[in-house]
Design a protein around this ligand. Structure first.
Ligand SMILES: Cc1cc2nc3c(=O)[nH]c(=O)nc-3n(C[C@H](O)[C@H](O)[C@H](O)COP(=O)(O)O)c2cc1C
Ligand SMILES: Nc1ncnc2c1ncn2[C@@H]1O[C@H](COP(=O)(O)OP(=O)(O)O)[C@@H](O)[C@H]1O
Ligand SMILES: [Mg+2]
Length: 181
């Protein structure tokens, strides 16, 4: 754990004053992480098998993630086509339950959408880390874990230090400049 970084995040108001047991230095050092890309098709399991749709980013967006960014489950804010900012949970990795060969980055927006939005631009700010990805013994266990992640994300995003990032100017621009470069 790099306490210098943790302190600097706290001073900038990006970390709560108490440390969550799931703090992970390799995840934290890149946060908040700004990311934007078109929504593409995945395996079609999110809605059909899990009842939890995930908007998948294209390969080039996944490949541009920092190589040392810990895989796992994150939370933050997201916006489809510049129309409203919503709480999100994000899964980054190989979906060990399904043994995917390619790394994916998938966002579930905690908001009911009337229609699919494939091809639209999705902008996300990842602000915190929840847990590593796991392989579960049953589909029901995976679904329960995802629902717990959603509840955890909803709570943490109400903390003032995370809540204010929903108003970040990133969601009002189309700029390709992200994470300072
Ligand atoms: C909050 C959240 C947590 C997830 N946790 C796991 C996990 O622990 N293990 C896993 O194999 N997949 C996990 N996933 C990924 C799902 O397996 C994946 O979203 C699902 O297979 C849909 O894939 P698709 O978009 O290709 O249809 C998680 C997804 C979300 C949104
Ligand atoms: N709340 C939501 N969060 C994420 N995607 C959603 C949501 N509501 C509808 N969708 C749509 O569902 C799609 C994802 O469903 P999913 O079953 O994971 O398919 P895929 O495997 O193609 O990603 C998204 O690309 C989007 O068009
Ligand atoms: Mg998906």
């Amino acid at each position: 754990m790099c306490w210098g970084l943790v302190r600097s995040f706290r001073l900038r108001g990006l970390l709560p004053s108490r440390c969550f047991s799931c703090c992970d230095s390799a995840a934290m050092k890149h946060l908040p992480y700004f990311c934007r890309g078109e929504v593409v098709r995945g395996f079609g399991r999110g809605s059909k098998e899990l009842g939890i749709p995930t908007a998948n980013f294209p390969e080039h967006v996944v490949d541009s993630l920092p190589l040392d960014l810990t895989t796992g489950i994150y939370y933050g804010w997201g916006c489809v086509a510049n129309e409203g900012v919503h709480k999100i949970v994000v899964s980054i990795g190989w979906n060990p339950y399904y043994k995917n060969v390619k790394k994916s980055m998938e966002t579930h927006l905690i908001h009911p959408f009337k229609e699919d939005f494939y091809g639209e631009m999705l902008s996300v700010i990842i602000v915190g880390y929840i847990r590593p990805e796991k392989s579960f013994n049953s589909l029901d266990s995976l679904i329960s874990a995802i629902h717990s992640d959603i509840e955890e994300a909803k709570k943490r995003l109400d903390l003032p230090e995370f809540n204010r990032l929903k108003d970040d100017n990133f969601f009002n621009t189309h700029s390709q400049i992200m994470n300072g470069h």
